[in-house]
Design a protein around this ligand. Structure first.
Ligand code: NAG
Ligand code: NAG
Ligand code: NAG
Ligand code: NAG
Ligand code: NAG
Ligand code: NAG
Ligand code: NAG
Ligand code: NAG
Ligand code: NAG
Ligand code: NAG
Length: 453
């Protein structure tokens, strides 16, 4: 406890020093030809209240351009990033407010605009507002461009996620490029969270507001932490509002883990608090899409997630094990032919998938019969056995997570393999095709402690 407190104290001093150091740059009226540099002052423009900054922030091995909340516990609450999927820029980059908008100048290249102004408009100044919105004005002080219109993963109080727009999570806490989840303010009025890499069907959703049909709703967050869907005379509350203090700032962010959370930041105490989560889960593996196709999610005590490949599959990218797995060609099974002694069913205990069978569920008396039914079916890639019911599935398998009551069978072949040492042959009867069982139970991390759904 004591160490946590001194840590917070340290961060407070650290952030205060940062705020004071930058205080001279406070400027709500940024004029044409004002420039920012990643590593020489000014690196950012601060809002008049000093709580928001727009400019270069460290990202990866370089710098990104965006807006962040200055007084946050970890000093890295980025709320918006320009061109988030572009690689970070080097320290010789220059950001210049020109009449065409914000221009990013990189060595050995033409400038690139990071703000797209409407046709026939001319920028004449800009401002980092106290709300966290960075705006560009024309000569009549009319806002012609603002960061609030195109949110990345966050909306701030006063910001709207307009109908037809999405929030997309960040790849990680330190990588603000597009991640795995999206929160869609759908044209039908429903606010839905899906894995980006999914069909966006109802069964893919991890959260839905259930407001479809209520009109062309947009998502609003107000200064009291009131989060609601609204259009015309229809309002649907997601929260009923919270205590309003002068030093409180609210934000709602689609987290790296796919959970949409409402936060309050106390800028005096320099603390942040989660007020509400959409949806609430006790185990990150409950969030579909946490692990990619043909892999399943395990987590020790609901904490760090580990994505495991199906037997006979390898990670698509060993550096990003949550991006899914592909069939290892050496184990790919073709069609089972009679007397085929090369094709076998590998078993994976205690993992359940999105149940999406291509045929009628089979009633079987043993799990071995389930594996055999799949083995002998040319179209079957995998089978799921539970409670004397057998479901035949095709790849890719999706949304795998641990579940004590199920057995998965995966059809594999060692036709082209140099041999798989752990394979045990267990023929059911002399005439039956052998069912070979790998022992994969050692891969399953015990879930007994966090299966309290
Ligand atoms: C902003 O700066 C421009 C040019 O320097 C000036 O004309 C304008 O009056 C300023 N506006 C405000 C609100 O200070
Ligand atoms: C900023 O842009 C203006 C107008 O395009 C240009 O005159 C000026 O040289 C630029 N400043 C820098 C530092 O590149
Ligand atoms: C965090 O603080 C450091 C030190 O003042 C500063 O260099 C850095 O840009 C800050 N980062 C963010 C995202 O505010
Ligand atoms: C809301 O407005 C629509 C059209 O503007 C109207 O038909 C409807 O009756 C109104 N609903 C309520 C509850 O006032
Ligand atoms: C929604 O929340 C607002 C603000 O707290 C409140 O005024 C309103 O009565 C609520 N509406 C419903 C239907 O609960
Ligand atoms: C994985 O990361 C290592 C070290 O960063 C890198 O050398 C390698 O190329 C990466 N592999 C892939 C497939 O990206
Ligand atoms: C396929 O599996 C074999 C045996 O485990 C392994 O040696 C090989 O590297 C794998 N192939 C790929 C493409 O991962
Ligand atoms: C598989 O069948 C082939 C052809 O019938 C035979 O030559 C081979 O020895 C068999 N292998 C095993 C492991 O039974
Ligand atoms: C797979 O290959 C190994 C080694 O070649 C062999 O011992 C085993 O019987 C084979 N399994 C099947 C089902 O053919
Ligand atoms: C599978 O492996 C686990 C852990 O290595 C072991 O405890 C268990 O007895 C094995 N099961 C079978 C059927 O071989």
């Amino acid at each position: 406890m004591a160490s946590a407190r001194s840590y917070i104290l340290f961060l407070s001093i650290f952030s205060l020093a940062f705020a004071l150091g930058e205080a001279q740059q406070t400027n709500s009226n940024i004029s044409l030809e004002a420039t920012l540099h990643p590593s020489t002052n000014p690196t950012s423009w601060l809002s008049p209240n000093g709580h928001f900054a727009f400019g270069f922030y460290p990202e990866g091995t370089g710098f990104a351009i965006g807006t962040w909340l200055v007084a946050s516990p970890d000093n890295t609450t980025v709320i918006w990033t320009a061109d988030r999927d572009d690689p970070p820029v080097t320290k010789d980059a220059v950001l210049n407010l020109t009449s065409e908008g914000l221009k990013l100048l990189l060595q050995h290249s033409e400038g690139r605009l990071i703000s797209q102004l409407p046709p026939n408009t001319v920028a004449s100044s800009a401002s980092m507002l106290d709300s966290g919105n960075f705006v560009i004005y024309d000569s009549n002080f009319k806002v012609i461009w603002e960061t609030f219109v195109n949110p990345t993963d966050t909306i701030m109080a006063g910001q709207v996620l307009r109908n037809g727009y999405n929030l997309v999570s960040s790849a990680s806490e330190t990588d603000h490029s597009s991640g795995k989840f999206q929160l869609s303010m759908q044209p039908d009025g429903n606010l839905v969270q899906y894995p980006v890499a999914s069909a966006h069907y109802p069964q893919d959703a991890n959260y839905a507001s259930g407001t479809e049909g209520d009109g062309y709703l947009s998502l609003y967050l107000d200064d009291n932490g009131w989060l609601y869907l609204h259009q015309g005379n229809v309002t649907s509350n997601l929260t009923s509002g919270y205590r309003h203090g002068t030093a409180l700032v609210y934000r709602a962010t689609l987290g790296v883990d796919g959970i949409f959370r409402l936060y309050s930041h106390d800028l005096e105490l320099n603390t942040e608090q989660v007020l509400k989560e959409f949806a609430e889960v006790t185990d990150p593996c409950e969030v579909q899409g946490t692990c990619g196709l043909n892999s399943y999610c395990t987590s020790a005590n609901g904490q760090a997630v580990v994505c495991m490949c199906l037997p006979g599959f390898d990670y698509l990218d060993t550096n990003r094990t949550s991006s899914g797995c592909r069939r290892n060609i050496t184990t790919a099974a073709g069609c089972y032919l009679s007397n085929d002694n090369m094709t076998y069913m590998s078993t994976l205990e205690s993992v359940i998938w999105m149940v999406d069978p291509y045929g009628e569920p089979l009633s079987v008396t043993s799990k071995e019969d389930c594996g055999e039914a799949c083995l002998k079916d040319c179209n079957c890639d995998a089978a799921l056995f539970s409670d004397n019911t057998c479901l035949k599935l095709v790849f890719p398998l999706r949304y795998g997570k641990t579940d004590d009551s199920t057995t998965t069978f995966i059809k594999l072949s060692n036709r082209s393999a140099g041999g798989r040492p752990e394979i045990n042959s267990r023929p059911e009867s002399p005439s039956a095709a052998p069912i070979i069982t790998d022992n994969f139970s050692s891969l399953i991390i015990s879930f007994s402690s966090n299966k309290n759904k």
